[in-house]
Design a protein around this ligand. Structure first.
Ligand code: G6P
Length: 601
């Protein structure tokens, strides 16, 4: 969470505007407040901080407040320590105002570190854990250390996952330190350097990157105009680490909403082709991966949030299609299963961003047991991709909206394909999924959307919405609840149909909406019976099903997609969630309190 952008060029101006542009592209990482620092013409640091989203803040406004300059830093915040205020927005400065810091992650031992600073009479002006970094660097330099050494010295003492960038205005240097949270260097055509939490911060300008690995720092010096090549140093050892410039193949994409009002609906509509893109994989490679799954002694499939629900669906898909037991676990709970991990175990890690901290921690646990890691990931060059033994790309393109849609169905599609390949039926799986992609293309037409918009208007004042499903559609009911909660803020809860009578049925009153996800499989009749039970108690039953049924008050037709039913069943819920948000006056792209990339625990 939190987005960091840094920029150093030999030019005399333009840096704040470039950082602002990158920051806007990282806003999905956090959008409570934002701030920037730039080096002014006299060599001092000017800062600008604001509460709320960057929104329409333009480069002219930023240049007016910060001036020009060739060096700038920026940050978009998702608050952890300290409330949402200008005072707590980054960058933070030391007592002398010569060191500026932006930070992502958590410094777990900050209280102890802060107490030392307070005792030594430092003037702390925020409630953040971040600010202590500026003061420790200040202190180190006052004791005679160089900026790099002072930065390294405090970095070594930090506990927890974080990443930070420090700017030293007097020495004209910048240090980008990675301690378990993402940070990457971009190398521009004219030798200018970018630092960013992920490639989106600079991809419009360069696709040449240098990866900072965990426990390393990149030092950039800009004493004589243009920056020199960054120097990479190991934080614990201090020695220099050699790095290469890597050209990443991720294509530059349009950041516009392509005529849509929000990214969420744009991304929902992109599912017309992203399902086919997800399964556009090399057959030989898929078969090799599938053999690895078949022969593994114990398979864990792990993800967080929506990806965690996809993993739970994957458990059913592998069971139904490949008759292979895989254990689905949410990433934050994975370490409880560490006793079952061996060198013959396989972990399948599923993630859109490839940066979710709980998942990366789970990978660490698996690695310590020698377990092999296969990842299904959307962001090229992400940490997950780099720590995996093998990665399959989801090919969904940039997903900007916090609520995942096209990455979700890409994950479901690729897992379904892998399940078919594991069963030795790759061709059949591909045929089914290509057919499903076509059906989704037909489904996402304006009339269909209009029907869901009307339903959203009808449901917009609901206090609760329940969703039920059986088999593979049980985790999809849970995913449906996530979608509805995060976009509309209506309380939503997904259950296994069979669990209804064990409690939730008591909450059904006259008119309570209950969405029923139906698949044309052996769960169908029992799911319909559950719908009847809800209706008999006055609930308003919305059936998402291939066929109409008397149990439904409202029917949303979906194609009969066989084993691909989770894909076609979740899409109408996504559209409904979008229109519920709009009907309730909520910006669906930026749900309150959330961020897309969850890099803190
Ligand atoms: C956040 C996002 C979700 C996502 C989850 C895991 O909660 O809003 O859409 O499913 O993190 O993220 P990942 O990038 O690992 O899929």
């Amino acid at each position: 969470m939190c987005g960091i952008v840094g920029y150093v060029s030999g030019k005399e101006d333009g840096a704040p505007a470039i950082v602002l542009e990158g920051l806007k592209r990282l806003e999905y990482r956090g959008y409570d407040s934002w701030g920037m620092a730039s080096l002014d013409s006299k060599g001092g640091i000017s800062t600008l901080k604001r509460v709320g989203r960057i929104g329409g803040a333009g480069s002219a406004m930023v240049a007016r407040k910060l001036g020009g300059g060739g060096v700038a830093l920026g940050h978009t915040r998702w608050a952890t320590h300290g409330g949402i205020s200008e005072r707590n927005a980054h960058p933070h400065l030391d007592c002398t105002g010569r060191i500026a810091i932006v930070h992502n992650g958590i410094i777990e031992n900050y209280q102890e570190l802060k107490a030392g600073l307070v005792a030594r009479k430092h003037r702390l002006s925020s409630d953040t854990d971040t600010e202590i970094l500026a003061h420790y660097i200040e202190e180190g330099m006052r004791r005679g250390m160089g900026f790099a050494e002072a930065t390294r010295s405090i970095a070594k003492r930090l506990k927890g996952r974080s990443a930070f960038v420090a700017l030293d205005s007097s020495g004209r240097q910048m240090a980008a330190v990675r301690l378990g949270a993402p940070l990457i260097v971009g190398v521009g055509d004219g030798g200018e350097l970018f630092i960013s939490s992920d490639v989106n911060g600079f991809l419009e300008r360069t696709n040449r990157v240098m990866y900072i690995d965990d426990d390393e720092m990149a030092l950039i010096s800009f004493r004589r105009g243009a920056p020199g090549a960054p120097k990479f140093v190991s934080v614990p050892r201090g020695g220099e680490v050699r790095k290469r410039v890597i050209k990443i193949g991720w294509k530059r994409e349009s950041w516009s909403k392509s005529g849509y009002k929000h990214f969420l609906i744009k991304e929902i509509m992109e599912q017309k082709y992203t399902i086919a893109q997800a399964i556009n994989q090399d057959d030989a490679r898929i078969m090799r991966v599938a053999n690895g799954i078949r022969n593994a002694f114990g398979v864990f499939i792990v993800g967080a949030g929506t990806a965690g629900r996809v993993c739970a669906a994957g458990q059913y898909l592998f069971s139904d299609i490949a008759k292979k037991h895989v254990n689905a676990t949410v990433a934050s709970e994975f370490s409880s299963y560490r006793h079952y991990l061996t060198r013959r175990t396989l972990m399948i890690a599923v993630s859109q961003s490839g940066e979710t901290v709980d998942l990366l921690d789970a990978i660490g646990v698996a690695r310590s047991k020698g377990t092999r890691i296969l990842s299904l990931v959307n962001v090229f060059g992400s940490t997950l991709m780099r720590v995996s033994d093998e990665s399959l790309m989801l090919n969904a393109g940039t997903e900007k909206s916090v609520a995942s849609t096209k990455a979700t169905t890409a994950q479901l599609s690729l897992l379904t394909l892998l399940a078919y390949a594991t069963a030795g039926r790759l061709k059949e799986g591909k045929r089914l999924l290509l057919n499903t992609a076509e059906q989704v293309n037909d489904m996402l037409n304006p009339r269909y959307e209009e029907r869901l918009r009307k339903l959203a208007r009808q449901l917009r004042r609901s206090r609760d919405i329940f969703i039920i499903g059986r088999g593979v559609n049980f985790p999809m009911a849970e995913e449906a609840a996530i979608k509805l909660q995060e976009t509309s803020y209506i309380h939503a809860h997904g259950f296994a149909g069979g669990e209804l009578k064990h409690g939730p049925l008591a909450l059904i009153r006259k008119g309570t909406p209950c969405i029923v996800l139906v698949a044309n499989d052996d769960t169908k009749h029992e799911t319909i019976s559950n719908a009847m039970e809800v209706r008999a108690r006055g609930g308003y039953v919305i059936g998402i099903a291939p066929e109409r049924n008397d149990a439904f008050d409202y029917w949303i037709r979906v194609p009969d997609a066989g084993e691909a039913s989770p894909i076609v069943n979740i899409i109408p819920v996504q559209v409904l969630a979008y229109h519920l948000a709009v009907a309730r006056g909520i910006n669906p792209d930026y749900p309150r309190n959330l961020a897309k990339s969850v890099t803190v625990k």
